[in-house]
Design a protein around this ligand. Structure first.
Ligand SMILES: [Zn+2]
Ligand SMILES: [Zn+2]
Length: 690
């Protein structure tokens, strides 16, 4: 580049440079201090047994696994970042001291050269737009979810598929970011640093997230990836994507031996950040080397070609303007000089380096020229061969995607129900409620779970349900450790409504909130007594129990019951599953039941009153958990029936204006107003494949 080409903003006035240097000193001190203070606090708390580890492990208990993974990886990344920084400062100060007087000033400018752009961007992104950018992804999701060509459930192959699809979407936006000049303007700050260290991962133009989300979200939704999986994949991507920016100070070659065949290593990503002709525009993925291999853009590090980091133009990395906006300013200059709209259009959308009638400065051209001169560095034939096969391979993958749902479909579809309070806990059995129940019934068949504790009311209620052709699960709760009155209670209830389809014995007997628990042996005796009474009057009635929480305590209780012979006395095992009440042991429930009986989730749901996200989160819960082909519970072959807790908010005589928030509809004062979740639930009934 000759002097005439040097843009005026490249060298800013001295007062401005001093201001930036001052700012950098402050930001450097602040960020380093923040990282170090966080680490020290963690270390101190752990040493003092103050539960840092417990906090770290808690999300594993809650089922928020990605929080825990993020906490662990976040810690590791902070450690590595500081480690790199310390090694840089030690090595550089040694070098500068040896070079004679003025070492402090030289050390400062070397540090600025290495860290100023990344620290500035880190702070800039941390302050405001990062939040916006992350939100864009989630804001776009609902608008594209219906595009899914097919559904891939939460299975192991579903996860593998999602990982591949994620990386494909990553390859696509990243490749375009390098090949379309306008998008390169957004992406170039990430490539501007002249050295690689983990803080380079912070550097992204704030608007880049909008563009990448616009490419990724529609594609991933079209490919049928579960939106719930994206949370985990994104967390993985962010942490691993940061890690692969580790510089030579952390890992000398960063090749990681045979791991390089399965995952993108720091070595691959260093190549991506290189401006050498051989390395330009390669290794676009950050998780798997698969798609780069398929598309022929995978370029391993060659020992004979030493990496030069950065971008090909002459850039002043310690000028924030040049670093962050330089490419935009150059594009504006080209657009001003363009002759006509065709040329302007081409400047915007042709690859960087393109000029009218002269493609010789594009990366493709430069690389081809280089390989002509260095034939020994040509890639081996494997990637080229694969690049010829990627289309058939993609077709096979798509075909597999269509087959999975079919494979998952050969099982009995999940049934649905709602919990309804018609008696003891405030009577919801009103004309308004009847209209709502009729409306649901018009969509499809479902169950009602009601607590049977007042024979007269129960009989009227059950008769109405029979008229509506709604199956009833009659819950027989018992909130006392004194179980002597139990057989009489059961007999009275069964006499009032002998034709009930299924009886649930009892409600959360292992819990303490009501003064329990009932000892397991006592519970089992209650179950056997109830079973004898029920079967006496209706040989077809089903017995369900023990309605324990899917928690550690609930599973332990269930396990001891099963040890005593529970499974001989029930037709299905019932559990309550609440994601934010530590109900994360569904896998354990399945393990102890071991497929010997179907599992009924007789209570699950999402509270709009005290959980974030309000009605939309409640609706999303139904989508992510109940859906028959891809829901966490609904697609699980072990689960036979799912009961939503509950039909209506506020069944207790609650304080005025207070709302318990579990319902598909608003409380009685609102006249059973339908929430977003109601419509989603109704859709499930409509889509009954049975
Ligand atoms: Zn890039
Ligand atoms: Zn990078």
């Amino acid at each position: 580049m000759n002097a005439a080409d040097v843009p005026i903003w490249r060298d800013t006035p001295p007062w401005w440079r001093r201001l930036e240097a001052l700012l950098f000193a402050a930001v450097f001190a602040y960020t380093t201090w923040g990282l170090a203070a966080g680490l020290t606090r963690y270390a101190r708390e752990t040493a003092g047994g103050k539960g840092f580890l417990a906090d770290l492990l808690k999300p594993f208990d809650d089922g928020n696994y990605h929080d825990s993974v993020l906490a662990v990886v976040g810690l590791l990344i902070a450690l590595l970042t500081l480690w790199e920084l310390a090694r840089f400062l030690i090595a550089q100060s040694g070098k500068e001291r040896a070079a004679g007087p003025g070492a402090a000033a030289r050390l400062f400018s070397a540090t600025a050269r290495e860290y100023q752009p990344t620290f500035f961007t880190g702070v800039l992104l941390g302050l405001l737009p990062r939040l916006i950018v992350i939100d864009v992804f989630w804001l776009l999701l609902p608008h594209f979810e219906h595009l899914a060509l097919f559904d891939v459930g939460y299975t192991w192959y579903g996860w593998l598929y999602a990982l591949l699809a994620w990386d494909l979407s990553m390859w696509l936006w990243h490749y375009s970011a390098h090949k379309v000049r306008l998008l390169w303007c957004l992406h170039s700050p990430h490539h501007a640093p002249e050295n690689l260290n983990m803080t380079v991962a912070w550097v992204h133009f704030f608007a880049e997230g909008y563009y990448s989300a616009l490419v990724q979200v529609p594609l991933l939704m079209l490919l049928g990836v579960e939106s719930g999986m994206l949370v985990v994949l994104m967390a993985f991507e962010v942490t691993w994507g940061t890690f692969i920016h580790a510089g030579e100070r952390s890992f000398r070659t960063g090749r990681f031996g045979p791991a390089r065949f399965f995952i993108i290593t720091p070595s691959y990503h260093r190549v991506h950040h290189a401006k050498n002709p051989l390395y330009m525009d390669s290794n676009f993925c950050s998780l798997l080397p698969f798609w780069d291999w398929m598309f022929g853009t995978l370029q391993p590090l060659r020992d004979e070609v030493k990496i030069e980091y950065g971008i090909t133009r002459d850039i002043n990395v310690t000028s924030f303007v040049d670093f962050y906006f330089g490419e935009f300013l150059l594009l504006a200059r080209d657009l001003r000089g363009a002759r006509g709209w065709r040329e302007r259009f081409a400047y915007l959308f042709m690859p960087p380096g393109w000029a009218p009638g002269d493609p010789s400065h594009t990366a493709t051209h430069v690389k081809r020229q280089f390989l002509l001169e260095h034939p020994e560095l040509r890639p081996s034939s494997a990637p080229k061969l694969m690049s010829r096969w990627w289309l058939p391979a993609a077709v096979v993958l798509l075909a597999l995607g269509f087959m999975w749902p079919a494979m998952a479909a050969d099982r009995k579809p999940t049934e649905f129900g709602v919990c309804f309070h018609h008696g003891a806990f405030g009577n919801e059995h009103t004309p308004e409620a009847a209209a709502v129940l009729d409306d649901l019934r018009s969509a499809g068949r479902y169950w009602i779970r009601g607590d049977f504790q007042e024979p007269v009311k129960d009989a009227a209620f059950f008769a109405d349900m029979q008229r509506k052709d709604i199956a009833v699960l009659a819950l027989l709760p018992w909130y006392s450790k004194d179980v002597s009155g139990w057989p009489a209670y059961v007999r009275k209830q069964v006499q009032a409504t002998p034709d009930v389809t299924a009886w649930e014995i009892a409600n959360e007997p292992e819990m303490t909130w009501w003064g329990g628990p009932i000892p397991a042996a006592d519970y089992l005796r209650m179950l056997r007594e109830a079973r004898a009474i029920v079967r006496d009057s209706n040989a077809d009635a089903r017995l369900i129990g023990p309605a324990v929480g899917a928690t550690r305590e609930g599973v332990a209780y269930l396990e001891s019951l099963i040890g005593m012979g529970l499974l001989d006395s029930v037709d299905a095992v019932s559990v309550h599953y609440y994601v934010f009440h530590r109900s994360t042991q569904l896998e354990d429930v399945k393990r102890v039941v071991a497929g010997r009986k179907p599992i009924w989730i007789t209570e699950t749901g999402w509270n709009t009153a005290d959980q974030e996200g309000g009605e939309q989160a409640q609706r999303a819960y139904i989508q992510s958990h109940y859906d028959r082909t891809r829901g966490i519970l609904g697609a699980d072959p072990a689960i036979e029936v799912i009961f939503h807790y509950e039909l209506n908010d506020e069944h207790f005589p609650a304080p005025a204006g207070k709302d318990d928030g579990w319902g598909l509809t608003h409380g009685p004062d609102g006249g059973f107003g339908k929430k977003a979740a109601y419509h989603e639930f109704k859709k499930l009934l409509t889509n009954d494949p049975g």
